[in-house]
Write a protein that binds this ligand. Structure first.
Ligand code: 5AD
Ligand code: FES
Length: 357
């Protein structure tokens, strides 16, 4: 008999601190991952194509009012060089990520997507923020396969507080995620854990929402305070009582990743760079052993990496694409897993373990 995790079970696990009980959770998540998506790890080459951003997100170092950052936008030829590197390293996917940069016009992105699809076998994932339905439609028609847009938190009050200057936009990203699905994208989303004002209950609801949204990819990372942002420097202090406030710790991220694997057995779940940033020694590996099956090696040219500082002390900021590639191969071998080949889209299987809470 299959016992699905209820919202209350998820909440209880998020609050669980007994190491022996947590070992059980890690075991369930690892076994569910193995049964559904196997032992191979998909590598998605990440290219941070522009650090310009028109938005004011309270947590993000790229926010428009951060004057201490010099901004860049990669030229199409530079993006193509990174894409070719992805092919040379055997990656199946390139992820083009940027702030919400309206200098990346509809036509410009369309041309870049078309060129990658024409000249390489790569799957193309876009992560360019909340763009118009017409743009998303055009990029899909140009051949983009996937779109990543984290909903960050399902607490709409907190979401609005930390995403000001939204004009007439919807107070949530959920409708846009549903629209992306209708356009035929594989859709990725996710959250940060440990935002000021974020409660255990709201993270439990986020995980429940992953189940409902039928997402193909789900990324979860810790909130990392950035001193040039209102949430990072304490100017903006959303309140949650100390017993309700969820920490931005490594452990809570592992719990959220493991629970996400249990509610979405066949999803692609990355062990995120933010997790690797708060535990540079083996955060990535522990994520992979507690439910994750994807890594996103950075392919951004080194001269731009430092400038894409969404949070401080980001992992891999000095390394080249080649160094990251070698490093990740070793890390994957050490934990006894293998690198997957091909684009690695979602295979719908959803075998759930019999879990008893
Ligand atoms: N700490 C952790 N993650 C962050 N992101 C942005 N700023 C931060 C931060 N300070 C995450 C958001 C965004 C993704 C690209 O990076 O979840 O969606
Ligand atoms: Fe632009 Fe956060 S301020 S993505």
């Amino acid at each position: 008999m299959k016992i699905p995790l209820t919202l209350n079970d998820i909440l209880a696990w998020l609050r669980e601190d007994n190491p022996e009980r947590l070992k059980t959770l890690w075991g369930w998540a690892d076994e569910t991952r193995r049964l559904n998506v196997g032992d191979t790890i998909h590598l998605r080459g990440l290219v941070e194509i522009s650090s310009h951003c028109s938005r004011q997100c309270g947590y993000c170092g790229l926010r428009v009012s951060n004057n201490s950052l010099s901004r860049y936008r990669m030229a199409p030829a530079e993006i193509m060089a990174s894409a070719r590197q992805a092919v040379a390293f055997g990656y199946g996917t390139v992820v083009l990520q940027a702030g919400e940069d309206f200098g990346l016009t509809c036509q410009w992105v369309t041309d870049v997507v078309r060129q990658i699809k024409r000249e390489t076998p790569l799957a193309v994932t876009l992560s360019l923020g909340e763009r118009t339905e017409a743009e998303l439609d055009a990029w899909r028609k140009a051949g983009a396969d996937r779109y990543l847009l984290r909903f960050e938190t399902s607490d709409t009050g907190l979401f609005e507080l930390i995403h000001p200057s939204r004009g007439s936009r919807n107070a949530s990203r959920i409708p846009l995620l549903r629209h992306l699905k209708q356009l035929g994208y594989e859709v990725g989303s996710g959250i940060m854990v440990g935002l000021p004002g974020q409660t255990y209950e709201s993270v439990a609801r986020d995980i429940d929402l992953f189940r409902e949204l039928d997402l193909d990819m789900i990324g979860i990372g810790p909130f990392i305070p950035h001193p040039q942002t209102p949430l990072g420097n304490g100017e903006l202090k959303p309140f949650a009582s100390p017993d309700q406030q969820v920490p931005n710790s490594e452990l809570i991220v592992y719990k959220a990743v493991a629970l996400t694997r249990l509610v979405r057995p066949d999803a692609n779940i990355p062990s995120t760079t933010a997790l690797a940033t708060i535990n540079k020694r083996n955060g990535r590996e522990l994520g992979l052993q507690r439910g994750a099956n994807v890594l996103m090696p950075n392919l951004t040219p080194v001269k731009y990496r430092k400038l894409y500082e969404i949070y401080p002390a980001k992992a891999c900021i000095e390394e080249t694409g080649s160094a990251c590639n070698g490093c990740l191969q070793t890390r994957i071998n050490v934990i006894g897993r293998q690198i997957a080949r091909g684009p690695g889209g979602r295979k719908r299987r959803a075998l759930e373990l019999e879990v008893v809470c």
